[in-house]
Write a protein of this length. Structure first.
Length: 301
């Protein structure tokens, strides 16, 4: 970020500590349902503050552009600069390819250029991008599209068919004034019901295959959130975590009882979801992987 970034580690500006991000995050939560994504619940294991900022951007789509003050535009620009810079990170691109998504090099380059523009010119640049329609929604979710997708999900009669036909197969469940949402990697037929599948790519697949490490705990939390959402309505018989190495090869698959995962969510993870929906950000942990984070100062460059 520019000189307005906030100093964290010696010699490193941590954008995540900028007070504007806390202010705009609180504003977004007051404007939105709010929503808390399963992916953010999982990423809490890595960094609670980053997970809270990601939740801010999910909710920012409900902000009214005509009523935003200059400080709010600047805070949103910082969130979007980090989000767009992430699209150009090699590890993120590799993960998308392994998940079978199309990745256009030109799009990654354009995202990085926009991130750098936002980092330099902040709210001024974001207003211009929004005016031109380049960032039509101020957040990651467009409210009308969200309402429509909730309707489609609520009316779906078959979960696999819903995932097959929908471009954005959102699943959702309300909780205490907010909505937990997510999009699992796959939903499949299983004996007597369904199987929910999450695929994770890691540089240390053997560690995750043994059920150890921060990456494993993060992935399991995300899968537990999916299980909590789905078991409230559907006969989900199995939850599965597929582990791949950075070359895309399948290393292992771990299977779980989805009802046990849903119970784990209620007992251990619901408090994290509550904190992500709260207007006040969590404290930054003493040790976090800042050097590889889009808020850590290296990106957008």
């Amino acid at each position: 970020m520019d000189s307005k970034g906030v100093q964290g580690e010696p010699g490193r500006r941590l954008v995540c500590l900028d007070p504007l991000l806390a202010r705009v995050g609180a504003l977004a939560r007051r404007s939105g349902p709010p929503v808390v994504a399963a992916s953010s619940i999982g990423s809490w294991e890595w960094c609670p503050l980053k997970a809270w900022h990601a939740t801010s951007l999910f909710n920012a789509g409900w902000l009214d552009a005509s009523r935003l003050e200059p400080w709010a535009w600047d805070g949103l620009a910082a969130l979007w600069a980090a989000e767009l810079a992430k699209k150009a990170m090699p590890r993120v691109i590799r993960g998308l390819i392994i998940h079978g998504e199309d990745v256009a090099p030109g799009e990654a380059g354009a995202a990085l250029a926009a991130a750098r523009l936002l980092a330099r010119r902040r709210g001024e640049a974001l207003r211009e991008l929004h005016r031109r329609g380049a960032l039509a929604a101020l957040g990651l979710i467009e409210p009308r599209a969200f309402a429509e997708q909730l309707r489609r999900y609520s009316e779906a009669a078959d979960l696999v068919e819903y995932f097959r036909r929908e471009e954005w197969p959102l699943i959702a469940r309300p909780r205490d004034g907010y909505i937990v949402i997510g999009v699992p990697d796959r939903v499949e037929e299983a004996a007597g019901g369904y199987r929910v599948v999450e695929v994770k790519t890691t540089r240390r697949p053997e560690l995750m295959a043994r059920g150890r490490g921060r990456g494993y705990r993060s992935a399991l939390a995300q899968l537990a959130a999916y299980s909590w959402i789905l078991t409230s309505r559907w006969p989900v018989e199995e939850a599965m975590l597929v582990i791949r190495d950075v070359e895309g090869s399948r290393v292992a698959a771990r299977r779980y009882d989805p009802l046990s995962l849903a119970d784990m969510f209620e007992k251990k993870l619901a408090a994290i979801a509550d904190a992500l929906a709260a207007a006040e950000p969590p404290q930054r942990r003493g040790w976090t992987p800042c050097r590889t984070c889009e808020y850590g100062g290296e990106y957008p460059g």
